[in-house]
Design a protein around this ligand. Structure first.
Ligand code: HEM
Length: 194
């Protein structure tokens, strides 16, 4: 029974942790792109994003991570023989990378606050794909364990995920280009009239 409770809250922790990780880097993107706004909007937006990032990191993301890890320790102490299984070793490798990513997001947040972040919006968008990859790999390892499927269904699902990711990226790019075009047009209107 204790094992099921640990597992349930392990999964709840994961949902909270990832919600925080995904939204945090999205806020970083808005924060960096606020530099393109004229004053006083730039300062107002940057200050607002800074507050939102801090709250999200300290009140949602880090507690989500702590619940996930604490419940994982509960799972392992209830059934220590799981520690000998190969899938768990692979999973722990990816979890270690994820923890590194979490820590790095905290550092980026401080750099943004100090106006020292050198990442562009485009680079941050690419960075925001990293937790998706880790989520997919870790969940597949946790569910399939040592029997990761390699049949046609598995490849079809994998292909669909890639297709969805590419479509989302292309759509986001199109929206950015449309916005840039609109800004350029608006910029030209007063010049044409004068
Ligand atoms: C902190 C390191 C972690 C450890 C030591 C750990 C360990 C475990 C263990 C022992 C189980 C129970 C397996 C079972 O009974 O079938 C489990 C379940 C699970 N873990 Fe983790 N985990 C960790 C982090 C994560 C992370 C970061 C994710 C997601 C990204 C994750 C996703 C899952 C899922 C989805 C299950 C449920 C699998 C199922 O019931 O089929 N775990 N974990």
């Amino acid at each position: 029974m204790a094992y099921s409770w640990f597992k349930a809250f392990h999964i709840i922790g994961i949902v909270v942790w990832f919600a925080g990780l995904f939204y945090l880097v999205r806020l970083f993107i808005y924060h960096v792109e606020a530099n393109q706004e004229p004053e006083p909007a730039r300062t107002i937006l940057k200050n607002q994003y800074q507050i939102m990032e801090k709250r999200l990191y300290h009140i949602i993301t880090t507690p989500g991570m702590l619940v996930t890890v604490a419940m994982a320790i509960g799972l392992l102490s209830t059934e220590p023989e799981v520690l000998k299984e190969g899938w768990l070793h692979f999973k722990l490798l990816f979890v270690a990378i994820l923890l590194g990513y979490h820590h790095y997001c905290g550092r980026l947040m401080k750099k943004l606050a100090a106006d020292e972040c050198r990442w562009s919006g485009q680079q941050l968008r690419a960075l925001n794909e990293a937790p998706t990859v880790m989520l997919v790999v870790i969940v597949l390892l946790a569910v399939f364990k040592n029997n990761l499927p390699t049949d046609i269904t598995a490849w079809a699902i994998f292909g669909m995920i890639i297709l969805m990711a590419v479509t989302i990226q292309l759509y986001a790019k199109k929206r950015r280009l449309d916005k840039e075009k609109l800004i350029a047009q608006i910029g030209q209107v007063p010049q044409e009239q004068s």
